[in-house]
Design a protein around this ligand. Sequence first.
Ligand SMILES: CC(C)(COP(=O)(O)OP(=O)(O)OC[C@H]1O[C@@H](n2cnc3c(N)ncnc32)[C@H](O)[C@@H]1OP(=O)(O)O)[C@@H](O)C(=O)NCCC(=O)NCCS
Length: 392
Amino acid sequence: MLGQWEEEVDEEVMIRCYDERRDRIQMERVEKSCEIGHDDQTLLSTDSLGDPICRIRNSPLFTMLVAEVGNKLVGSIQGSVKPVEYHGKSVRVGYVLGLRVVSRYRRRGIGSILVRKLEEWFVSHNADYAYMATEKDNEASLGLFVGKLSYVVFRNPTILVNPVNPGRSSKLPSDIGIRMLKVKEAESLYRRHVVATTEFFPDDIDRILRNKLSVGTWAAYYKDDNIGSWAMLSVWDSSKVFKLTIKKAPLSYLLLTKVSNLFGKLLSLLGITSLPDLFTPFGFYFLYGVYAEGPLSGKLVRALCEHVHNMSASDDDGARKVVVVEVDGGSNGDDDALSRCIPHWKMLSCEDDMWCIKPLQCEEKMNGFSEFSNMCLRSKPRSSLFVDPRDV
Ligand SMILES: CC(C)(COP(=O)(O)OP(=O)(O)OC[C@H]1O[C@@H](n2cnc3c(N)ncnc32)[C@H](O)[C@@H]1OP(=O)(O)O)[C@@H](O)C(=O)NCCC(=O)NCCS
C-alpha cells in the first residue's frame, strides 16, 4: 500500500502488513523509542517477550500495519475485530491499539495514515465501529483521534491496581463461600445477568473463558441462603503475554519503594502490604467480568479480590506482582460502588483512561454524526463497561 500522503511527508512512506520474520527486531526498536509516560513523571515500559503482536494474538481477527521509509520502520499500528453488544444491538467493533510513530517522523501525517489504513481494514472485515483507549494527558493521541479523526470520548474508566504481598494470604470471612465455576456455568451466568447491564459485552465470551490465559471464574455467596446476594469475576493471566517495568516514577513513589525494600519483612509480619519491586519486570492478573447482585454483594466482591490476591501471593514463580481491574469512572453509580469494594492502592491506580469511538459504516443507521455523539453521551449512566481482557 502506497499512501496518498506524499504532500505531508518529504520521503515516500509505505504502509504494509507486519512481517514477523523481517520486522520483529526493528519493531522492538520502534516500540522502545515510543515508551509512553503515565504522566509527566512516570514511565512504564512494556516487554512483549519477543512477540510484538502479543497483545492482539488472542483476538479472533487481528492485523498489524507498519509504516516504512526506505528500509526503515518508522511507525506501527495494531487492530482487532470482534462481535460485541453495543446499545442493545449485536455489532462488530474494531479495536485500535499500539499506534507508534518514532519521534523524528512525527507531525508529518504518518499517524493519521496508519489509523485510516487500519479503519479501511476494519471496514473490509465488516466492523461497524472503531474504538481506542488512551490517557487524558496524551495530547498527541487525543489531538489525532478526537481532534482530527472525529472519534468521540464515550467512557472514562479507572484502572485499579493492588500490589501482591508474596507469601502472605488474607483470611477470607467465614460466612462467605467461594466456588470456581465451570466454563459453561460462567458463560451462562454472564449471558443471563451481565449482557443487559454492560456495554461492549463480547459475543464470543466462551472463547475468552476457554483461552489458555483465562485462569478461571469464581463466584462468591453467603453461606446463609437468606441473604440474596452473589458476585462473580474472571481472571486473566497477562504475565504470559507481556511484562511491565516502571522506568521512572515520582519521588514519593521511589521513597516508598526504598522503605518497602528495607522493612518489607517487618511490614509483612505486621500484616501491612509492602510495595513490590516494580522496577524489575512484572506481570499481573487482570480481573474482568466483575459482577455483583444483592444488598450485601460489596463484601463478596472484596472476598473474590482477596481470593485472587491469595492465588498470586502463593504463586511459586512470583511473576504477578499486582492485580489489576478496570471499572467505569465515577459517573456510573454501579461501577462507583464496585470500585469502593475492590482493594487497590490509589498511588498505583490511574483515573485518566479515556475510551473513544467512531462509527465506520453506519452513517445511515445513525442519521449523521451528531446523533452518534448524543448516543455516546447518553450511554454513560445506563450501563457499565465490560473490559475484554484481550484488549488490555
Ligand atoms: C500519537 C502519535 C502516534 C501521533 O503520530 P503523528 O505521526 O505525529 O500524527 P500525525 O502527524 O498524523 O498528526 C495528526 C494530528 O494529530 C494531532 N497531534 C499530533 N501530535 C500532536 C501533539 N504532540 N500535540 C497535539 N496534537 C497533536 C494534530 O492535530 C495533528 O495534526 P497537525 O499536525 O496537522 O496539527 C505519536 O505522537 C506517537 O507515536 N506518540 C507516542 C505513542 C503514543 O502515545 N501512541 C498513542 C497511544 S493511543
